[in-house]
Design a binder for this molecule. Structure first.
Ligand SMILES: [Zn+2]
Length: 165
């Protein structure tokens, strides 16, 4: 009930007790509450921190996660038909037996192995499990960028070696 109920805040810069609410700022990447005197010293670089409602932040976080997921692409190996056939024969399964495990018609398995039909991502996942093979590859935009940089580095190294000789 008393005014003293709120805990005393201390300036996170000079450690002195803050009179009133203090000033919450974003300073050098961290959020700190400082006294007026310290704020006047750092006001050129510090930004007043505005607390956003938690709900909005949660939604923003979710959106960011969705964006990250969409950057990752899943691709089925180009030689999927060879992989499927080789693995199936290795396991001693007939196309019919594999079809039964996959819960698809035998004709579909035959078309996979002829390279006439590309499995869906779900089918490829099932095939990976049944045949213990790798059919799916994830390609993230990040990896693609890294690949480009590495290539440039390789060219640079070649030039360096030549110069040393
Ligand atoms: Zn201070």
């Amino acid at each position: 009930m008393s005014i003293q109920k709120q805990p005393q805040k201390y300036c996170e810069m000079c450690g002195m007790p803050i009179r009133g609410k203090g000033i919450t700022v974003v300073y050098e990447g961290s959020i700190i509450t400082v006294c007026e005197s310290c704020y006047s010293k750092i006001r050129k670089t510090a930004k007043i921190y505005e607390e956003k409602p938690k709900k909005t932040q949660a939604i923003k976080q979710q959106r960011e996660n969705v964006n990250k997921k969409s950057e990752v692409e899943v691709e089925i190996a180009d030689d999927y038909y060879k992989i499927i056939r080789t693995a199936r024969e290795h396991l001693g399964l007939t196309t019919k037996q594999l079809a039964d495990k996959m819960k698809v018609s035998e004709n579909i398995i035959k078309r996979f192995e002829q390279g006439k039909l590309k499995p869906t991502i779900e089918q490829a996942k099932a095939l990976e499990k049944i045949l213990s093979v790798k059919l799916l590859y994830t390609i993230s935009s990040e990896e693609t960028q890294k690949g480009g940089k590495n290539f440039e580095l390789t060219l640079g190294d070649v030039v360096n070696i030549r110069e040393k000789k």
